[in-house]
Design a protein around this ligand. Structure first.
Ligand code: NAX
Length: 327
């Protein structure tokens, strides 16, 4: 029997948390033979702490064979102790009428504190996934606040955008989602991200050639993927939760257990690939093996793609410049 690993989850009483924790505890993230200890973080207020207790009661009631332990915390320094995995879901998303500077400042405070806590108490190999928005910039802040941990341990979630793009391509081509390979979403997790199917294939056949419609790409596909989050809110009255939790599971599973040669999209710190300045937390195509990811290099970037990448990079640099004075 394998030794349990410690999985910290923040925002654990929120709606993504509710769709996420049961799947982690059932082995869908780290494998059906890997026991887990859940270290759950919520804000100290009574309401969220009480709600968290309720979620833990339900986790108990599932009698998951792989759930080897469970803790509730209000202090990141306790929740992240010896964590092997940290899913940072809780954040302050932009509310109505909230200024950008205010958004960056409140999240700056949260992710500086959490980055420092990870630096102080987590496993040196901790794999960190930031889901809470603005995800790329929050991951950047946490990474910069944890100088004692390798930069590569910090990632942001673009997998939901990636999965949305795969699903749209499957619908357009009439092919199975499982057969679509080599798709990538470049840039920021925001409507500016660039979902790119130029390299995508189905059983070796080019998807771009199959579709052969640049007008559809620019005016239907990209806006559909980019505005999908808003469309879900419009339809459901709530933001994406189950699909976001599913993407977080996919991201961590592939990172930990490998992507079997397949490309997946992760937001990771740049080492200068594709002209993206070093440290920028950017969506790239990666492959994962033995617990590490590798950016797919050497892809050709045409003029249309260059312009889309420029736009999403400019937005991201604006966000990251906006928090530099805090770091
Ligand atoms: P909820 O508001 O349902 O839950 C968030 C929870 O986080 C709350 O229970 C809150 O008390 C807790 N929290 C806030 N600050 C915290 C802190 N400092 N430490 C610990 N817990 C804290 O939001 P939910 O729908 O679960 O979404 C969570 C985050 O995911 C939001 O920021 C949202 O914008 C973001 N999303 C990111 C996506 C992505 O693809 N990267 C997609 C889905 C989602 O929109």
């Amino acid at each position: 029997r394998k030794k349990p690993v410690r999985v910290a989850v923040t925002g654990a009483a929120g709606q993504i948390g509710y769709a996420l924790l049961f799947r982690i505890a059932s082995g869908e993230m780290l494998g059906k033979d890997q026991p887990v200890i859940l270290q759950l973080l919520e804000v100290p207020a009574d309401g969220p702490q009480k709600a968290l207790k309720g979620v833990m009661m339900e986790l108990d009631d599932c009698a998951f064979p792989l759930l080897a332990g469970m803790q509730a915390h209000s202090d990141p320094a306790a929740a992240f102790r010896d964590a092997d995995y940290a899913l940072l879901v809780g954040s302050r998303p932009r509310g109505p009428g909230m200024e950008r500077a205010e958004l960056l400042a409140v999240n700056g405070a949260i992710f500086i504190a959490q980055g420092r806590a990870l630096d102080a108490v987590a496993s040196r190999d901790v794999k960190v996934l930031v889901v809470g928005n603005p995800a790329n910039t929050n991951a950047y802040i946490a990474m910069k606040s944890a100088p004692g941990l390798p930069r590569k341990n910090f990632t942001a979630m673009l997998r939901l955008d990636h999965n949305r793009a795969v699903s749209q391509i499957a619908a357009k081509t009439g092919k199975a989602v499982a057969d679509i390979e080599k798709l990538v979403v470049w840039g920021n997790h925001s409507p500016t991200m660039y979902a790119d199917y130029r390299f995508a294939t189905v059983h070796g056949e080019s998807v771009a050639r199959m579709i052969d419609d640049q007008e559809w790409n620019a005016n239907v596909f990209l806006p559909t993927v980019g505005k999908r989050g808003a469309a879900i809110i419009e339809a459901r009255g709530l933001s994406s939760a189950a699909s976001a939790a599913n993407a977080a599971i996919d991201h961590m599973r592939d990172w930990a257990l490998g992507s079997n040669g397949k490309w997946v999209t992760m937001g990771v710190p740049s080492d200068g690939q594709y002209g993206i300045p070093g440290d920028t937390l950017f969506g790239f195509p990666v492959t994962c093996e033995n617990g590490t990811y590798k950016i797919v290099e050497g892809l050709e970037i045409d003029a249309f793609s260059q312009e889309r990448i420029r736009i999403t990079l400019a937005e991201l640099q604006g966000e990251q410049d906006g928090v530099k004075h805090l770091l």
